[in-house]
Structures are given as C-alpha cells and as structure tokens.
Design a protein around this ligand. Structure first.
Ligand code: SIN
Length: 484
C-alpha cells in the first residue's frame, strides 16, 4: 500500500469524516486478486440528506467569494493532487485494476481539469447589450446554479469526478458526489486533498454507497439540488432524468457510447493501427469513448486485421501493479460475463477470432485482447457497448456505406476517422452523428475540449470554455433610468 494518507474510508460531509448514519459499511475489492482493500462507509438516504444540507449551507458564502479566491483554492488542490500522483495512482489501480501508468495518467488528466477551470473561473464574464431605448442597458450576468450532485463512474474514478467538481466549484456551486460502489476510494482520497487545499467545509462532499438507488433518489428528489451531472449507462441516465423531472433540475448526461472507428483505404495504416490499439484497449476497453466497432475499407481489411491481431496478441495482460502490464482485469464478474456472451454470440453467428476470445489465465476477471473478423452489423457485439478488450471488424465498400453503418445506432458519443484525404475528413467528420470525432487520432480527451455526446449518449459539455455553461444560470437585468 503506497501511502496511507490516501486510504480514506469514511464519508466526507461538511468537512468531516463520518461513518454512515446507520453504521453500515461495504467492502471494496481489488479486481486483479479479489482481495478486500477496505470496508467503506455505506451511505444511506440520511447521509445523502446530510451532505445536501452541508452543501446548501456552504453555498452562499462560496458563491460570494471573488473568483480569484476560488481559483487559487482549485489551483492548490490541483498542486496537491499532482504532488501525490503516485499514491493516488496506486489507490486507483488497486480498486479499478488499470495499469499503474494509465492510472497515473488519469490522475494528471483529472488534475488538468482543476487547472483548466481555475483559469476559467476568472472569465465567467457577462454581457452588456445595447437597448432600443436610450434610457436602458441590458445586462447579462452568470450566477452559479446552486447545490449540484455528481454521480461518477468506476472506469475513471478520479478524472470523471475532477471534471465535474472543478467546473462546479469554479463557477461557485457546491457539490455532493456519489462515486461508483466498485471504486469509492479514489473519490475519498481527493476529498482529503480538497480539505488540505482549503476547500471550505460543505463545498465538496463525498457519499460512498452500495445503495446507489437510495442516494440517487435523494439527489434527484431534493429541490435544493439544482443540477445533476451523471456519467454512466444510458439506462441509469434515463432513470435519473425521470426522477429529476419532479424538481425540474438542470442535468448533464454523459451516457453510453458505441464508437465507430473508420479506416479508409487512403489512410496511413501504421497510424490507423496505432490509433485503434490506443482507442480500443485503453483501460481494457472500458471507456465510453473507446472504439466499439472498427469499420475498415474492404480492400485493406485483411492487412489491417492481421496487424491488429498481431498487436493485440502481444499485449501484456496482468495485475495493473506489475511492470509493463498493458491490460488489467475487467471491473467485476458481470462485466466479464457480458464480454463472454458477446464474443460467444458473434462466434456462433459466424465471426472468426483472429486473437484472443477467452478469459485470460491471469485470473477470473481478466479477458484476452480479442480481434473478431467476419463480423456483421446485426451482431450484438456491434449493436451493444462492449466495455471490454474486444475489437470487432466490419468491411465496407464506399464512403456512404461507412457513414451509414457508423450512424446506425441510437448512440452518438465519439467516432474516429482515418484518412489522408482532407475533403473526406471534413465530409465524413461532419456527416457523423456524434458529439466528438477524432480524425487520425485515437484518443481525444483533453480539458481544453468539449466532451459530450448527442442522441442517447446524452447532452451537456464538460471541459473547454463551454464547461461552465452547465453550472451557471444566465440572468438578464434591465438597467433603466439611465437617460439624461
Ligand atoms: C469515459 O469513458 O467516459 C471518459 C473517457 C475520457 O474522458 O477520456
């Protein structure tokens, strides 16, 4: 265990570390070994209410602080996180399973949102609009929406929380965060550093729980919570939206994806294979934006498939703390079962395995990096979000067909296009019904960019200069009596 500072296991409410009100705890385990890492406070509705009380009480003073002050605190929080990156990465790998280098990358990625929004806090500018009357001016100001709730996923337990917390706190909102039950330790670890950085009591609260429905119901039902930001499955997102309707809350939803990865015959094949490896196998394929199906021009499909299969078969699979490991375990048994089912159904329907295809010998939750050929668009492995290290390949003959196949899904988070034809890059990029498109790039995440989807992948944008919009209300003030 790297650094004992990081292993916080109580809920963080009103600046205090508290056990759950009913005393319950739940175990968090290492997916690589099955070992129990910690017993964490299991928050119920009572704790969620206490956290909302704290966030509500803290809100007006936090909102009233000069932006410069909020910015300086966020920057201090960022510096502490960067300073403790190794210890935080060890916690992340232990509870999530991803390779240590990737975990460290995630910690720095998460910290980059604090840096970004510490700057954006200073630019929460309004407008002065000329009025038709010489007596008036139209003023537009931006004000924090109030108490926000964040529900964050297990696949990026640090970065997804930081992306929401940084934007919320920068704009003057206070936050109650519910981390995923598989990975609560990373969220609690950063809470400790928030406290150290001078984030005032009640401004940032973390309520771990194995009873997400109970806590989610309080977050969505309480009228004092003015916004909910969720990253997770489309099914849960729909439920949260339904529940939030009763209090007409603002919402940002970063939901499931089914990213197409298009490779045209004119693409640089080395770059395309490299991009596919990065996009598909990052976090063992457990990212919302990872390539879910690879659509490849039929004329280059055999060569692309061979190269991808060779690279996939050479990936080192094992516990994330071991040197050189590139693929860790999947998060839990249900995740492995889903991947097994999708691969088995594809095989039974005629797909051919050119790499992998089974659980890996490293342990019960490890799955072999897998490449599937002779895949057809109707297979479940193409229609569902895989969330595992499986790359199904589909051939296409024309640009129109490629775009049609790519758009043939209710989802619209991320897509990738590989081509050296600039006209095609624009045509296809603009034709894809997705919130984000990587052209000749397999990883598109950046604090400077607007992250988010369309269709059933959700709405709202996180990161970039647009990232504060979801956390502020626009207020129009008509300034009258200005004439002589
Ligand atoms: C996600 O999987 O939802 C996030 C990935 C990222 O921010 O890069």
């Amino acid at each position: 265990m790297a650094d004992s500072f990081a292993w916080a296991t109580e809920a963080f409410i009103a600046g205090q570390w508290r056990p759950a009100a009913d005393g319950k705890r739940f175990p968090v385990s290492d997916p690589a070994t099955g070992a129990i890492l910690a017993e964490v406070a299991d928050c119920s509705a009572l704790d969620a209410e206490a956290a909302i009380d704290a966030a509500h009480t803290a809100f007006s003073a936090w909102a009233a602080r000069p932006a410069q002050n909020r910015s300086a605190i966020l920057r201090r929080w960022r510096d502490l996180i960067v300073d403790k990156a190794d210890a935080l990465a060890a916690v992340l790998t232990a509870e999530n399973g991803k390779p240590l280098a990737e975990a460290r990358g995630e910690i720095l990625y998460g910290a980059s949102y604090l840096e970004w929004f510490a700057e954006e806090a200073l630019r929460l500018n309004g407008d002065v609009i000329p009025s038709a009357s010489p007596n008036n001016r139209i003023l537009v100001i931006k004000q924090p929406v109030g108490v926000c709730a964040a529900i964050t996923p297990w696949n990026f337990p640090n970065a997804m929380l930081m992306r929401k917390a940084a934007a919320a706190l920068a704009s003057g909102c206070t936050l109650v965060a519910k981390p995923a039950e598989d990975t609560p330790l990373s969220g609690l670890a950063v809470a400790r550093l928030a406290d150290e950085a001078g984030v005032p009591a009640g401004v940032f609260n973390v309520v771990p729980t194995s009873r997400p429905a109970q806590v989610g119901a309080v977050m969505t039902g309480d009228d004092r919570v003015r916004k909910i930001s969720f990253t997770g499955s489309t099914g849960v997102g729909k439920k949260l939206l339904e529940q939030s309707a009763s209090t007409v809350k603002r919402a940002s939803m970063e939901l499931g994806g089914n990213a197409p990865f298009l490779v045209f015959a004119d693409a640089d094949l080395d770059t395309a294979v490299e991009g596919a490896m990065a996009s598909k196998f990052r976090n063992a394929g457990q990212t919302c934006v990872c390539a879910n199906r690879l659509l490849v021009d039929r004329s280059i499909l055999p060569e692309f498939a061979q190269r991808l299969a060779d690279r996939a078969a050479a990936l080192k699979v094992g516990p994330g703390i071991e040197d050189g490991v590139e693929i860790g375990p999947l998060i839990n048994e249900a995740a492995v079962r889903k991947v097994e089912r999708l691969v088995a159904e594809a095989r039974d329907a005629g797909a051919r395995m050119s790499a992998g295809g089974r659980r890996h010998a490293a342990g019960p939750l490890f799955f072999e990096p897998t490449v599937l050929e002779s895949v057809t668009p109707d297979m479940a492995v193409v229609r569902e979000e895989i969330f595992g290290p499986v790359a199904p390949l589909i051939g296409f003959d024309t640009e129109d067909e490629a775009v049609r196949l790519a758009n043939d899904t209710p989802f619209g988070l991320a897509a990738y296009v590989y081509t050296r034809d600039l006209g095609r890059a624009f045509r296809v990029g603009e034709g894809l019904e997705y919130g984000m498109v990587g052209v000749n790039e397999g990883i598109l995440s950046s604090a400077a960019a607007p992250f988010g989807g369309v269709k059933q992948s959700g709405f709202g944008r996180e990161g970039s200069h647009l990232g504060l919009d979801d956390y502020v209300n626009v207020k129009y003030m008509l300034m009258g009596g200005l004439g002589a």
